[in-house]
Design a protein around this ligand. Structure first.
Ligand SMILES: [Cu+2]
Length: 213
């Protein structure tokens, strides 16, 4: 009896695996170059991924650069700014989703900041104007950022109808997040996005134009 029962249980599970598929998204700029650090959000479909516990993610400061340039957070996650330089940094945000300000000594870290609201948080340094990083706090069921090839892969998406949206810190003012609807079935699906991006990777986070984002 037992082997039969096992076989039956396996067969019962098969449709669950068969109804999930991979979604492959490629993001490029208007010239066709890969767009790294685009945030790709996927909403809709059937079912949701497993929730994960709140995490703490570091943003480093090294060679007067925030690393990484874009980081994705879930509401409730913490960010910790770490200074790996031999100079002071004065980290600040005026974003509605979270504002803060820290002077961080060489080798020190700021206290954790809980990111409890969805939104994009541009963070600058008051001493080094070229420094900028973007904290993207998202409650989308599936969210990831593009790699150096402008590429994001979502594995095991349940079959269903989804809306994909793509944000990038260098989206030109007046160009909102790009959106596409897509049906994910039992075979891998793929799509591409072309974004209109500004050339400057490190605009001033306090720039008035950027407040429209
Ligand atoms: Cu600095």
């Amino acid at each position: 009896m037992l082997p039969d029962a096992k076989a039956f249980a396996l067969l019962a599970l098969l449709p669950m695996f068969a109804s999930a598929a991979e979604l492959d998204v490629t993001v490029s700029d208007a010239r066709g170059s890969p767009a790294q650090d685009a945030v790709v959000s996927v909403r809709g479909g059937n079912g949701t991924p497993h929730a994960r516990p709140a995490a703490t993610r570091p943003i480093d400061q090294r060679n007067e650069t925030f690393i990484p340039y874009v980081e994705i957070f879930r509401p409730g996650d913490n960010v910790v700014f770490r200074n790996s330089d031999r100079t002071r940094h004065h980290v600040y945000s005026f974003a509605p989703a979270k504002s803060f300000e820290f002077v961080i000594a060489p080798g020190a870290s700021a206290p954790p900041v809980v990111l409890d609201h969805v939104g994009e948080i541009a963070v600058g340094c008051n001493i080094h104007d070229q420094m900028i990083t973007h904290l993207y706090v998202s409650d989308a069921p599936w969210v990831a950022k593009s790699d150096a090839q402008g590429h994001v892969v979502f594995r095991d998406l349940p079959a269903g109808h989804y809306v994909i949206s793509v944000w990038h810190p260098q989206l030109r003012p007046g160009h909102p997040e790009a959106e596409q609807a897509i049906d994910v079935g039992t075979v891998p699906a793929s799509t591409t996005f072309t974004l209109s991006l500004t050339a400057d990777p490190r605009p001033d986070p306090a720039d008035k134009e950027r407040k429209h984002y």
